[in-house]
Design a protein around this ligand. Structure first.
Ligand SMILES: [Zn+2]
Length: 335
C-alpha cells in the first residue's frame, strides 16, 4: 500500500464545508458548455487569491448561476455526497449560508430538508446554518430565531464571513439559545482576524469548534485555553494557502498545533474556489507541511472524535483507521 492508497483507505470526515463553496464545476459546464469549458484561472493549482473580497465575489458570481431553488441545493448536495463517498468520507458537516434564504426568498427549512434528504446511505450528514456577523437583518432576524428555536434536523450554527465586521448584539443571545437547544456551536475565527476573535468565540459565544483558528498561534494564553478546553480547530490548509492566510506552506501552524495536543481536523472549505479534494488535503499535509503518517492518523481520528456520532460508531471508524495504519506500516518500516 502506498501513501495514496492509505489516504484513500482510511475512513475520513469533512467537518468544515460550505455547500455554496462546494459547487462542482461540472454543474456550470452543463449549464453553459461554451462559457464554462475547462478550468478557469482561479482553479489553477498555483493560483492564490489577492484577498477575501476577491474570493467572495468570484464564488458568489458563479454560485448564483446554480443555486436558485431548494431542488438545486438537493442536486448539488447529492453530487457532493457522491464524490465524498468515492473518497471514503463517512461523515460530513456541511453548512448553508443564511444570506441565501433572503437572496433567493426560499424558506430556510426547504434548503435544510433538501440537503438532509440528499444524504445517501453509508454517509452521515449534519447540516449547519452559517450566518455572517451582520446577518440579523429585518428579514433574516426572525428566520434565525426560528431556526435556532424550531428547526428539526439542524445540527448547529456557524459564524461565517468577513471577520473585520464587528460582533453585533444579537449574536450572543442566539448562540446561547442554540447551546440550550443542544445545537453544536461553531465560529469562523482567526482566519483573517486576530487571536482575540477566537478568544471571543470560545469564551463568550461558547463555541467548541473553531473554523480555521490559524491566528491562535499569536497567543500562548489562548493556545493553552484551546488545549485545556479541548477546543477543536477545523483547519483547511489548501484554503489557507490559496487565500494567503499563511505566507507559505512552511508558515502553516497545523503541525505545531498537533504537537501541542490540539484536536485539529482537516477539510476542503470551498472546493469550488480551491479545486481541492479531501485526499488532496491529506497529501498536502505530508508533502507541503511535513506531517508524519502518525499525524494523518490523528487528524482522521479527530474528525470522528469531534463528530456527533455514537460512541460505538466512533470506535468502529477509529478501529478501521488503526487497522489500515497497521497494514501500511507493514509495507514500510520507516513509518
Ligand atoms: Zn469556511
Amino acid at each position: 500500500m502506498d501513501l495514496s492508497q492509505f489516504i484513500h483507505k482510511i475512513p475520513k470526515t469533512e467537518t468544515h464545508l460550505h455547500i455554496e463553496g462546494a459547487l462542482p464545476w461540472s454543474f456550470l459546464e452543463e449549464l453553459n458548455p461554451v462559457k464554462y469549458s475547462g478550468d478557469p484561472y482561479f482553479r489553477k493549482a498555483d493560483f492564490r487569491y489577492k484577498n477575501f473580497a476577491q474570493f467572495e465575489s468570484i464564488l458568489i458570481e458563479h454560485a448564483l448561476e446554480i443555486f436558485k431553488t431548494a431542488e438545486s441545493y438537493y442536486r448539488v448536495a447529492s453530487s457532493i455526497f457522491k464524490a465524498a463517498q468515492s473518497q471514503n468520507i463517512r461523515y460530513v458537516e456541511i453548512s448553508f449560508h443564511a444570506g441565501m434564504i433572503e437572496f433567493l426568498k426560499i424558506p430556510g427549512t426547504e434548503i435544510l430538508d433538501a440537503i438532509n434528504s440528499a444524504s445517501p446511505s453509508g454517509l452521515e450528514v449534519r447540516v449547519y446554518l452559517g450566518m455572517s456577523r451582520n446577518a440579523y437583518t429585518s428579514y433574516l432576524g426572525p428566520i434565525i430565531e426560528e431556526a435556532v428555536n424550531q428547526w428539526d434536523n439542524l445540527s448547529g450554527i456557524d459564524l461565517h464571513g468577513p471577520e473585520d465586521l464587528s460582533i453585533e448584539d444579537w449574536t450572543l443571545p442566539i448562540w446561547q439559545r442554540a447551546s440550550a437547544k443542544g445545537l453544536v456551536l461553531k465560529a469562523h475565527a482567526g482566519e483573517f482576524g486576530p487571536a482575540s476573535n477566537i478568544e471571543y468565540a470560545i469564551s463568550q459565544l461558547g463555541a467548541k469548534r473553531i473554523q480555521h483558528g490559524v491566528a491562535a498561534r499569536e497567543s500562548e494564553v489562548l493556545l493553552k485555553q484551546i488545549v485545556d478546553e479541548g477546543i477543536c480547530l477545523d483547519m483547511c490548509p489548501i484554503s489557507n494557502y490559496k487565500l494567503q492566510v499563511v505566507d507559505s506552506w512552511h508558515d502553516h501552524p497545523l503541525q505545531s498545533f498537533l504537537k501541542k495536543g490540539i484536536p485539529c481536523t482537516i477539510s476542503t472549505d470551498d472546493p469550488f474556489s480551491f479545486n481541492n479534494t479531501l485526499e488532496d488535503e491529506y497529501h498536502a499535509c505530508v508533502e507541503k507541511l511535513g506531517l508524519s503518517i502518525s499525524d494523518l492518523v490523528q487528524i482522521a481520528k479527530n474528525g470522528f472524535i469531534v463528530s456527533d456520532l455514537s460512541n460505538p460508531e466512533k470506535e468502529r471508524f477509529i478501529g478501521e483507521i488503526d487497522r489500515a495504519w497497521v497494514e501500511f506500516k507493514g509495507n514500510d518500516s520507516s513509518n
